[in-house]
Design a protein around this ligand. Structure first.
Ligand SMILES: [Cu+2]
Length: 125
């Protein structure tokens, strides 16, 4: 495929919302998820912060499934069940083995409510 055609395919994606958001609302609008601290290259732990979208209070005892992958590349992608470290802070096992932009896909579950999110972590080389 020629470069101009490739660029034309990618442009609509880039224009759709903020593609590099490090803080997002979950799919049903119940929670706000953000990167708790910028991860470093090779980090095996990624900390996410989860707050109620309405009250900005830390949310405890959620189930959180996290998958880190690099968009357009074949590495990453194994899911981990995150552990709550303190109210509103969850740590997931990931292997951020390459500098660049990582997509963090997650699913939060609280009883019968399950919502998804995607945010992005910038890993410095
Ligand atoms: Cu990569």
């Amino acid at each position: 495929m020629s470069m101009p055609r490739l660029a034309a395919l990618l442009l609509p994606l880039a224009a759709c919302g903020d593609p590099l958001a490090d803080e997002v609302l979950t799919s049903g609008g119940t929670w706000r998820v953000s990167i708790a601290e910028a991860p470093a290259l090779g980090d095996e732990e990624l900390r996410l912060r989860v707050e109620g979208a309405a009250d900005a209070e830390p949310v405890s005892d959620l189930e959180l499934l996290v998958v880190a992958s690099m968009p357009g590349m074949s590495h990453g992608g194994s899911a981990d069940q995150a552990e709550m470290e303190e109210p509103g802070v969850y740590a997931a096992q990931v292997d951020l083995g390459m500098p660049g932009t990582w997509a963090i896909d997650g699913e939060l579950t609280d009883g019968g409510v399950s919502e998804e999110f995607t945010l992005y972590a910038e890993v410095e080389g």
